[in-house]
Design a protein around this ligand. Structure first.
Ligand code: DOR
Ligand code: ZN
Length: 458
């Protein structure tokens, strides 16, 4: 019997191994993995031409803005940017309008994303002060996990107070799903923002000081305390500091089920870069000095930082208060919105670091495929080249050089702090469950994306 799609003549990369050959996919699943001569015939055959065949890459932190903020991005444009960036599965954030805070809104997001998405996706439910009773129904409706915005950010969602946190964390524990947190302490961010404003420090490089490392670290400590007491699986989104990384490392050593994500901007940028690109690099939490990045890299390699995700968070340039090159158009950094595009640039940026020897391609597959799938409990359906797993593949050309061009991004709005960055290592083909969704940088697929429900034992 012929497979639907055979990809051959490449190097198959897993976290453990790299071997010559390819894969075969039938009915959306891997049916053969091995040397070229061991693969069945295919109705369609892709010659990888000696390039690397990776498990489909996962970006477990995107804001596709659907519903309610589709003037910034929507599931169609966001997922187009994703496949062009080599991504096959995303986890979408709940700070939309209305927020994804009950089972009904989970259904709303599932329906509109399944109409529009080129990639598979997980949906998160947000937990605020008032929706404790909606936590378990959201699990029934298929969320992959939950999010609490301890820090104030886009959407200005209220966070549960410490009393409600006991109920929230307990209910989340019952759901067996992870709780991801935006870890920033609001008192610290408010105090320092007001102080800097009063001192007239309005320039972009002041941004980091308004949310100093303790702002993140205190919030991580707080949530770890509740998670340990109440047995909750805790995940730290967009971790930016060495102090938080150390806490996660210690908590893992104590046997807690705590995981962490960081992003390309925390690994490769620093506050002084905001003198050059201004508000285009404004993000919550802010980028930090190199000593933090060193620890985050160490964590990715040693395993106490679990994954890289981009926090793709588009806004209009008008909201950013910037032109596409980073010229500030507003008088103060405080008036510019936080967040920028990432889903299309994250893979080439990190592949460039792989080429420089910062990590191996096998380690990259671990932190960009296997670990995100494990944390969000969709492994081994996702995140693995394994017989029976979903036939998701990203083919990358490790020798191809390119320059990131903001104007060419596929997002609806294109603010990026990476414009003009030279990269070596580029995704050239993105395959979601056997469907070719991108070739040579161009979207070629249809909206076949499906919501990913977690695989729960018992
Ligand atoms: O800077 C940010 N922007 N940080 C977040 O946590 C949210 C994001 C957004 O939604 O734009
Ligand atoms: Zn985010």
């Amino acid at each position: 019997m012929k497979a639907d799609l055979v990809i051959k003549n490449g190097w198959v990369v897993t976290p453990q191994d790299t071997f010559r050959g390819g894969v075969a996919i039938a009915q959306e699943k891997f049916v053969a993995i091995g040397t070229d001569d061991s693969l069945p015939d295919g109705k369609e055959v892709i010659d990888a031409k000696g390039r690397h065949i990776l498990p489909g890459l996962i970006d477990a932190h995107v804001h596709f803005r659907d519903p309610g903020m589709t003037y910034k991005e929507d599931f169609s444009t966001g997922s187009t940017a994703a496949v062009c960036g080599g991504i096959t599965t995303v986890v979408d954030m709940p700070n939309v309008i209305p927020p994804t805070a009950d089972a009904e809104q989970v259904g709303v997001k599932q329906r509109l994303a399944e109409e529009k998405s080129l990639v598979d996706f997980g949906v998160l439910g947000v937990v605020v002060q008032t929706n404790a009773d909606h936590i378990l129904p959201m699990a029934q409706a298929g969320v992959i996990g939950y999010k609490i915005f301890f820090g104030e950010t886009i959407g200005n969602l209220p966070f549960p107070d410490d009393g409600m946190c006991i109920e929230a964390f307990s209910n989340i524990t019952k759901s067996k799903l992870p709780l991801g947190i935006h870890a920033e302490n609001r008192q610290i961010q408010h105090y320092w923002t007001n102080k800097l404003k009063a001192e007239g420090k309005n320039d972009p490089v002041s941004w980091e000081q308004s949310r100093p490392y303790l702002c993140e670290a205190e919030s991580v400590a707080h949530a770890l305390f509740f998670a340990e007491a109440l047995g909750t699986k805790l995940h730290i989104f967009h971790m930016s500091t060495k102090q938080a990384a150390q806490m996660v490392k210690d908590a893992k050593a104590r046997g807690l089920r705590v995981t962490a994500e960081t992003g390309p901007h925390y690994l490769l940028r620093e506050p002084n870069d905001m003198a050059k690109v201004g508000s285009l690099l404004k993000m919550n939490p802010p980028v930090r000095t190199k000593d933090h990045a060193e620890v985050l890299w160490d964590g990715l390699i040693k395993g106490y930082v679990d994954m890289i995700a981009t926090d793709h968070s588009p806004h209009t340039l008008e909201e950013k208060g910037s032109d596409i090159n980073g010229k500030l158009l507003k008088p103060a950094i405080w008036d510019c919105i936080s967040g920028f595009c990432g889903v299309e640039t994250g893979v080439p940026l990190i592949l460039t670091e792989v080429n420089k020897g910062r990590m191996s391609l096998n380690q990259y597959v671990k932190v960009a495929c296997e670990n995100p799938a494990r944390v969000w409990q969709i492994y081994p359906r996702k995140g693995a080249i394994r017989l029976g797993s979903d036939g998701d593949i990203t083919i990358v050309d490790m020798d191809k050089e390119a320059t990131i061009d903001a104007a060419k991004l596929h997002s609806k709005n294109k603010p990026t702090p990476w414009n003009g960055w030279k990269v070596k290592g580029v995704p050239v083909c993105t395959i979601v469950r056997g469907h070719v969704q991108m070739r040579d940088g161009e979207p070629v697929g249809k909206p076949i994306g499906r919501m990913q429900k977690p695989i729960l034992d018992s």
